[in-house]
Ligand binder design. Structure first.
Ligand SMILES: *[C@@H]1O[C@H](CO)[C@@H](O)[C@H](O)[C@H]1NC(C)=O
Ligand SMILES: *[C@@H]1O[C@H](CO)[C@@H](O)[C@H](O)[C@H]1NC(C)=O
Ligand SMILES: *[C@@H]1O[C@H](CO)[C@@H](O)[C@H](O)[C@H]1NC(C)=O
Length: 151
């Protein structure tokens, strides 16, 4: 899958996010379900360091159990993207195919190292799990999704 298509989908994802549900002065970044993807199940996401530091390696721990879809090795993709508050992409998104298959309902836990771009004070992080469809109009079938707003 072409990187730009993936970027497009992740940022489309961000564009549909409602910036309302967040609190100020959080000690730990909390990821929430993506509100406008009702068919996507929530993911548990942890980040180290928290909050991310520009230009340093960020470790993402992503876990959950997707009850409606199998995760298929070499096919299903984990994607991560940053965007500013105007929902403009910051840097290139990360994407990696899963290295293991997980049947629907089976808990998975993976990690990804993704160097943080130059970050503004406030920004979004989006994490998605899905399958490429081969359809350029709708390139990724997103079935797991979480986002955080860092302020
Ligand atoms: C996230 O983690 C919590 C605590 O470990 C767990 O209870 C919850 O089921 C997890 N959520 C998902 C979507 O896996
Ligand atoms: C997955 O991809 C790797 C590297 O491209 C390849 O070596 C491996 O055979 C693939 N496995 C499957 C099940 O397709
Ligand atoms: C797949 O394996 C590579 C190499 O170990 C790793 O960097 C990547 O995060 C893994 N992807 C997933 C989704 O687990």
């Amino acid at each position: 899958m072409k990187n730009f298509i993936f970027a497009f989908i992740l940022f489309a994802l961000l564009l549909t996010v409602n910036a309302a549900p967040f609190k100020f002065n959080k000690r730990t970044t909390t990821f929430s379900a993506c509100p406008n993807f009702p068919n996507a199940e929530p993911l548990n996401v942890s980040i180290t360091p928290d909050p991310p530091k520009s230009g340093t390696d960020e470790k993402f721990g992503v876990s959950g159990a997707l009850t409606k879809h199998d995760i298929v090795k070499n096919k299903t993709i984990l994607g991560i993207a940053y965007a500013d508050l105007q929902q403009k992409p910051i840097g290139d998104p990360y994407h990696s195919a899963f290295n293991e298959s997980y049947k629907a309902g089976k808990e998975f836990s993976v990690s990804a190292d993704f160097s943080a771009p130059q970050l503004p004070v406030s920004y979004f992080i989006a994490v998605a799990v899905g399958d490429p469809t081969g359809d350029p109009k709708n390139p990724l079938d997103v079935y797991g999704c979480a986002y955080a707003l860092i302020v």
